[in-house]
Design a protein around this ligand. Structure first.
Ligand SMILES: *[C@@H]1O[C@H](CO)[C@@H](O)[C@H](O)[C@H]1NC(C)=O
Ligand SMILES: *[C@@H]1O[C@H](CO)[C@@H](O)[C@H](O)[C@H]1NC(C)=O
Ligand SMILES: *[C@@H]1O[C@H](CO)[C@@H](O)[C@H](O)[C@H]1NC(C)=O
Ligand SMILES: *[C@@H]1O[C@H](CO)[C@@H](O)[C@H](O)[C@H]1NC(C)=O
Ligand SMILES: *[C@@H]1O[C@H](CO)[C@@H](O)[C@H](O)[C@H]1NC(C)=O
Length: 300
């Protein structure tokens, strides 16, 4: 009974503790965009249009790479941006709602990709890259809404530079996330992905371990196994303790019984045989190895 209760308790405990995510932040992907918008705009100190400025990422998001470029909407549409890190933006991209100047924000989420854009059943082989657009009217503004980019004349291409080794036989897929975090998959052609909108992009492969069981579930399955083992050990120890208690109790009961018996025997003078040794009566057990003797016997 103790064992099962311990198991049940441990399971409940594990379920409760599994609910808090591992990284120490409850920032969602869209609030992360807001934070990164703020930080990327800070790179602009007397900015020139059409120049890409690298920005410092927040100290609690080390590893994330940021860059920003300010442009006139007219020239953006007319010329595009041939090279903005991994992105290449063709001519004919419209901006909605209309703004005179816009800021293009580049994000490389590096090792935060998996956390902010979890994809059960897939492994990232590239970091999640973001391309977002904002109004450039006020460069100290925060919580700006995103602008809608639409490529009318050919798509925006993304050449992933540092792809991790893709496992053999697994086709790499391009994944893109819209502003609500909805994922769309397309086949990747030579490490290049295409989009006609702003958003977040990466390359993934199907999880090797077990395609039908997503990584997160697997992890919790593993920890469930761990808890079962811990539970069994603890339960086993408790059971052992109970057993030891029981044995001790039995023993002490037996001892008490013996003492009681001896006491009883003492009263009736039955249990111990008294033997006459010389002139003295001495108690002996039936199988005493050396009979008690008195020195006076030798003398006599
Ligand atoms: C990280 O920094 C940003 C900006 O400074 C802040 O809004 C956010 O709450 C911080 N997150 C944590 C977990 O400290
Ligand atoms: C994070 O959680 C705290 C309390 O749990 C809450 O007050 C805060 O608004 C949350 N932040 C975000 C960005 O969700
Ligand atoms: C990402 O890597 C940086 C160092 O490059 C580290 O400080 C940070 O804690 C890592 N974040 C996560 C979520 O692994
Ligand atoms: C569309 O792209 C082609 C070449 O890529 C270019 O010649 C043409 O002017 C573009 N049209 C618009 C409307 O930007
Ligand atoms: C720009 O935005 C900042 C922060 O929201 C605000 O304090 C400031 O008044 C704004 N400037 C203009 C000219 O709107």
């Amino acid at each position: 009974m103790g064992f099962l209760q311990v198991l049940l308790f441990l399971h409940l405990f594990q379920k409760l503790s599994a609910q808090s995510p591992s990284p120490p932040t409850n920032v969602t992907s869209s609030s992360l965009d807001s934070i990164l918008q703020d930080y990327s705009f800070r790179a602009f100190v007397n900015p020139r249009t059409g120049i890409l400025y690298d920005a410092a990422s927040p100290s609690n998001f080390t590893g994330i790479k940021l860059a920003a470029m300010r442009l006139r909407s007219g020239s953006f549409r007319k010329y595009g941006v041939h090279s903005l890190k991994e992105f290449s933006i063709p001519t004919g991209v419209t901006v909605k709602p209309y703004v005179t100047r816009l800021v293009l924000v580049y994000q490389n989420l590096a090792n935060y990709s998996q956390f902010y854009y979890p994809l059960p059943g897939y492994d990232y082989v590239a970091p999640v890259l973001g391309l977002l657009a904002y109004d450039a009217k006020n460069l100290s503004a925060v919580n700006l809404p995103e602008l809608e980019l639409t490529a009318l004349n050919g798509s925006i291409s993304i050449s992933f530079a540092d792809l991790e080794r893709i496992p053999q036989g697994s086709g790499a897929k391009c994944v893109s996330f819209d502003s609500r975090g909805k994922a769309t998959f397309k086949d990747s052609v030579r490490n290049t992905c295409e989009t006609v909108k702003q958003g977040h992009f990466s390359v993934v492969v199907k999880s090797v371990a077990s395609a039908p069981s997503p990584k997160r579930e697997k992890r919790s399955e593993d920890s469930a196994k761990t808890w079962i083992i811990v539970g069994s050990v603890v339960g086993g120890l408790i059971l052992l303790g109970l057993l030891v208690c029981l044995v001790m109790r039995c023993r002490s009961y037996k001892k008490e019984e013996k003492i009681r018996e001896m006491e009883r025997a003492g009263e009736t003078g039955e249990a111990l045989r008294m033997t006459q040794v010389g002139e003295t009566r001495a108690p002996t057990a039936t199988s005493t190895r050396t009979q008690p003797m008195l020195e006076t016997e030798y003398a006599a």
